[in-house]
Design a protein around this ligand. Structure first.
Ligand code: NAD
Length: 387
């Protein structure tokens, strides 16, 4: 059985599916690993390091994709420069493990099904204790939260910490974090380490204690509806709740030096939380980093992939932040894949046990069918909006 690691072709993607250390672990288990030549280059892992770990380096992309039993990737498959599609290079019955953005791009899932590929979406790993080691959304969100604070600190024309110097006392920066999930909590911890005063808000009241335990103040907003959906994720709330939230957070946005927004609702456009009016009220020199930029943005002024300056307020909408730290992002992602592979493999052979909730929830296509109800709903929604 061959497990292959593809070289990413997405321009902004510097991560790689396996790093030499995880290759060595799989080789030790008796698995044959193929790595596409140059796959780890942008994450600083050389072909030589993969070869030393026991991988076979493959220069022929078509051979790697066409002969793999299991293909490992980071970004969803896409079209190549020559117009061919990566998916079409897979053989029928091959297994693909990758981020697939299945709710945002259900047509890709449909294409994988029609190609008879068994595809596992890393976004669909259940948020259970047993699956924690495979949770790639968390491992990558944590990196994004950390990096967002560094970007904000670099853009802020001020210190973060309180300083007492011979030239006077410097007041600490005030940071307001909106959305206290995995990215938000890491952002709180990082901003605190840099010495800022931190406030945070989330519509899930359950995160209050976690926020406080990291040394931040929790901003409470009383909403008259359930805000938590199945699996512990946030729900999309009513217009009334959205308005109440905006009113409640406006004062905190106004006084903040840095606002970091991370609010998301799976499968939906990101909620708009920071309005143009709020940005207009902020002090010149303040910075907003919008981690939801790719999902539509939490700030009305966000332009994904660009820095926008309005009345002296800089609004940064970064794209694929985990890829900007490709060594550690690849290291933890490779560990996530390794853990999932341990569930998929038995005695060096593929064991697709759909009774196992990890396999059942994560597998989006098998034997020509789309297996995930939410992806089918998303496809139906698309065809309804076309007709
Ligand atoms: P996410 O990326 O989907 O969303 C980020 C945050 O935005 C969430 O905390 C969400 O509540 C918040 N949010 C959504 N709408 C908002 C709004 N209108 N205003 C303010 N905040 C809003 O979430 P995530 O970080 O991937 O984690 C979501 C949940 O999953 C959390 O409960 C987390 O504890 C849980 N989780 C569990 C495990 C596990 O058990 N293995 C692992 C990771 C995460």
């Amino acid at each position: 059985m061959k497990i292959a690691v593809a070289k990413e072709i997405e321009v902004c993607e510097r991560r790689v599916g396996l790093i030499p250390d995880t290759v060595a672990r799989l080789v030790k288990q008796g698995v044959e690993i193929w790595v596409e030549s140059g796959a780890g280059e942008r994450a600083f892992f050389t072909d030589e390091a993969y070869a030393a770990a026991g991988a076979k380096i493959i220069s022929d992309t078509a051979q790697l994709w066409g002969e793999a039993d299991i293909l490992l990737k980071v970004s969803p498959p896409q079209e190549r420069e020559d117009g061919s599609c990566e998916i079409d290079s897979l053989r029928e019955g091959a297994i693909l493990l990758s981020f697939l953005n299945p709710l945002g791009n259900p047509l890709l899932v449909q294409r994988l099904a029609s190609k008879q590929v068994t595809a596992f979406s890393m976004e669909m790993i259940p948020r259970s204790t047993r699956a924690q080691s495979m949770d790639a959304l968390s491992s990558q969100a944590s990196i994004a939260g950390y990096k967002a604070v560094l970007i904000a600190a670099a853009a802020l024309p001020k210190y973060f910490p309180r300083l007492t110097t011979a030239a006077g006392t410097i007041a600490p920066a005030k940071v307001f974090i909106i959305g206290a999930g995995v990215a938000g909590l890491q952002a709180i911890a990082t901003a605190r380490r840099l010495g800022a005063i931190v406030e945070a808000f989330d519509i899930r009241p359950a995160v209050k204690e976690e926020v406080q335990s990291l040394g931040a103040k929790f901003v409470e907003v009383k909403l008259e509806e359930e805000t938590v959906a199945a699996g512990g994720y946030a729900k999309e709330v009513s217009e009334t709740s959205k308005q109440r939230t905006q009113e409640a957070i406006a004062a905190h946005v106004k006084t903040a030096d840095v606002v970091i927004t991370t609010a998301q609702v799976p499968g939906k456009k990101a909620p708009l939380l920071v309005t143009q009016e709020m940005v207009a009220q902020m002090k010149p020199g303040s910075v907003i980093v919008d981690l939801a930029a790719e999902q539509g943005g939490n700030c009305a002024c966000t332009d994904p992939g660009r820095d926008v300056v309005i009345n002296g307020v800089t609004i940064i909408g970064p794209i694929n932040l985990p890829s900007s730290m490709p060594i550690h992002a690849s290291q933890v992602y490779a560990k996530n894949l390794l853990a999932l592979l341990q569930v998929l493999l038995k005695d060096k052979a593929i064991n697709l046990n759909f009774e196992d909730d990890i396999i059942r929830d994560t597998c989006v296509t098998h034997a020509g069918e789309i297996r995930n109800a939410r992806v089918l709903d998303a496809l139906e929604g698309m065809s309804a909006s076309i007709s």
